[in-house]
Design a protein around this ligand. Structure first.
Ligand code: PLP
Length: 388
């Protein structure tokens, strides 16, 4: 099999024999109008109404109390960890099968990741792996749960909803409650995804979205911290805006804050994109359905949302039979300018994380060798329908 039909199918869907990217943004709504508006008003930087509006829109979309716009998703995760009390010397439970930002954000806080396996079905942090780790190494003390092996405090748990497929949240939340470990959702990839009818990002103590150029909606660069807790929201805003104490003219900062505020220029773009989110979701789900039927006819596994969940199908993916099949698929498709990419290399293969504690990683290594992302943009024919 040389994947000729697959290449042809993708070229037809995207109406192109030229380069077909994994995910390109489309600007068919109010993007120009809102961005021009910031220029006309001169409010392009850290003050402006689009920042407030984008925060309100995300708070509504994610069904959370408060949303805080930040410069990017990575910065959002960095602050989210601090907001739940992660301190230098602590440890944070996460998956090795993730984009590097999740692990970096932990390390930015002077903490260390502990890499636990993912589930085969969700490709996200496995409740079974977390439970087994805590049973073996967890020690309950008054000040929290500690790792018996390292003596360090386990200060947070941060699952990531891989490609927009929600993790098993009920089970993870129960474990985190039982062990008194705050849960943060790395929802960078899952804006618009749902678990049991509720948006991802709304389950953890804090959630984080990304609006990087390749995500489902983009602000050029940007992110959002969301939370259900009013005090965390207030502190989050404070920390991401240099921790300045409001005063008519004095500069007094009561802690080490960050200059992580999203510029109004980016927020303007984000507002226009968010207005089209449900439309984007619709079209991506339609493409996913078509891919599903097609790949089934080819005997290739196309990854679909699980029961009780709704995936945003940010990046769609297929599961090949082996590493050799995967490499052959990558070679053939990219050779014909159909962009496909393997899933990330596991975090402990990277030099800065190779010494971190981890479990057996059976599913993570299985998926690492087989999962490939395929072109997932809102397709051209749908764009034309939308353009006014
Ligand atoms: C995109 C992404 C981020 C970081 O987002 P940026 O806005 O690019 O900093 C974090 N985690 C995951 C899993 C991501 O995919």
């Amino acid at each position: 099999m040389d994947f000729k039909e697959t290449i042809q199918f993708i070229q037809e869907k995207f109406k192109s024999k030229d380069f077909i990217p994994l995910h390109n943004p489309i600007f068919e709504g109010n993007e120009r109008k809102y961005v021009m508006d910031t220029l006309d008003s001169t409010f392009v930087s850290s003050v402006g109404r689009y920042v407030d509006r984008a925060e309100e829109m995300i708070s509504q979309i994610s069904q959370t109390q408060r949303a805080i716009a930040v410069v990017n998703g990575t910065a959002g995760i960095q602050v989210a960890l601090r907001l739940v009390g992660v301190n230098p010397g602590d440890e944070v439970l996460t998956q090795a099968l993730t984009f590097v930002a999740t692990a970096n954000a932990i390390q930015y806080n002077g903490a260390q990741p502990v890499f636990l396996d993912v589930d085969y079905d969700t490709m996200g942090l496995s409740p079974r792996a977390v439970s087994e780790f805590l049973e073996e190494f967890g020690e309950r003390r008054e000040t929290g749960t500690f790792n018996r092996k390292t003596g360090k405090r386990i200060a947070a748990c941060i699952p990531m909803h891989t490609f927009g497929f929600p993790v098993h949240l009920d089970e993870l939340m129960k474990l985190c409650r039982d062990w008194n470990i705050p849960l943060i959702e790395d929802a960078a990839e899952s804006l618009g995804s749902e678990y049991r009818g509720k948006p991802t990002g709304s389950f953890g103590k804090v959630g984080v979205f990304s609006f990087n150029g390749n995500k489902i909606v983009t602000s050029g660069g940007g992110g959002m911290i969301v939370t259900q807790e009013e005090e965390i929201g207030i502190l989050g805003k404070h920390l991401t805006t240099t921790a300045k104490v409001p005063h008519a003219y004095e500069y007094f900062h009561d802690q080490m804050g960050y200059n992580f505020r999203m510029p109004n220029l980016n927020a303007a773009l984000l507002c226009a994109q968010l207005e089209q989110l449900s439309y984007f979701l619709d079209r991506k789900r339609r493409l996913a359905a078509e891919y599903s039927t097609f790949f089934e006819s080819q005997g290739i596994i196309f990854r679909k949302e699980l029961e009780n969940t709704k995936a945003n199908y940010w990046l769609m993916c297929v599961e090949l039979g082996s590493l050799e099949d995967r490499n052959f698929f990558l070679e053939k498709t990219n050779g014909k300018k159909v962009m496909t990419r393997p899933i990330w290399q596991l975090m402990y293969r990277l030099p800065m994380y190779d010494h971190c504690q981890r479990d057996a990683q059976t599913n993570a290594e299985f998926l690492e060798q087989r999962i490939v992302n395929i072109p997932s943009s809102v397709t051209q024919e749908y764009q034309l329908v939308n353009s006014k």
